[in-house]
Design a protein around this ligand. Structure first.
Ligand code: C5P
Length: 241
């Protein structure tokens, strides 16, 4: 894998809506505070790649394409190739797709020129799953062990980093080293509720735990004044150093 391009921004606004109009409003907020946009299955499935392109590439906003690819290696490689014209700064795959699949995704991303190569991130164990859920999947190890195992596998296969919960960040930073990109959702400033996120941290705590980038949705998108909330969050990130 060629040297990895730098992260364009540290804050990614999670735009989880099927509405193009709502997404446009949030994109303006992101632009104003210098954040990127994370667009995922909901927006993509409702509106397609043309709408993603309009919101991000055409508007010069960094894109984290959160489609969590998980399929046979050939199909995932083809999906990554199909995503490249959108020039995502980051995209992701499920580490549970296995070594050949991750390697194929990384190779497909590497076909993009230099700084246009997206960072390939791996999702390990979904944060919606707990220790009690894994035996039914035939997995006998606790979540924390599986997260580390899958993160290592992803790195061995050339992935640039992982998406992880803030409570996993410090341990992964220690075990995977400084070069591994850690992108962390589940971030909640003290002035926001925790919604359905169970294991939350403040932006400063997540960055101090080793996060390189934060994904934040509802503390901004559901705020009465999203721009004011985004500014407050950006100030907290700046204070964290
Ligand atoms: O609104 P909230 O800040 O909880 O949004 C977090 C975003 O990060 C959502 O888009 C959610 O799907 C995503 N995410 C997450 N936990 C993960 C992976 C992704 O919350 N482990």
């Amino acid at each position: 894998m060629p040297r990895r391009p730098p992260l364009p921004v540290r804050l990614w606004l999670a735009v989880d809506t099927p509405s193009v109009d709502d997404a446009r409003r949030l994109a303006e907020v992101a632009r104003t505070v210098g954040a990127g946009l994370k667009l995922g299955k909901e927006f993509f499935t409702a509106n397609g790649p043309a709408a993603v392109r309009q919101l991000t590439l055409d508007a010069r906003l960094p894109l984290f394409l959160d489609l969590k690819f998980h399929d046979i290696p050939n199909t995932v490689a083809a999906a990554v190739t199909a995503a490249l014209p959108l020039r995502p700064a980051m995209l992701n795959v499920h580490a549970l797709g296995g070594a050949a699949m991750i390697t194929a995704a990384v190779a497909a991303a590497a076909a993009a020129a230099g700084s246009e190569r997206p960072l390939v991130l791996a999702v390990t164990i979904l944060t919606s799953l707990g220790d009690a859920d894994l035996p039914a999947l035939g997995v006998g190890e606790p979540v924390a062990v599986m997260v580390e195992r899958l993160a290592r596998l992803a790195r061995e296969c050339g992935a640039d980093g992982v998406v992880c919960s803030p409570v996993e960040a410090a341990r992964l930073r220690a075990s995977l080293g400084g070069d591994c990109v850690l992108v962390v959702p589940g971030v909640r400033p003290v002035w926001a509720g925790s919604d359905d996120q169970k294991r939350v941290m403040t932006p400063a705590a997540a960055l101090n735990a080793g996060a390189d980038a934060l994904v934040v949705g509802r503390p901004i998108t559901a705020a009465a004044d999203p721009l004011a909330a985004a500014r407050r969050l950006v100030a907290e990130i700046a204070d964290a150093g």
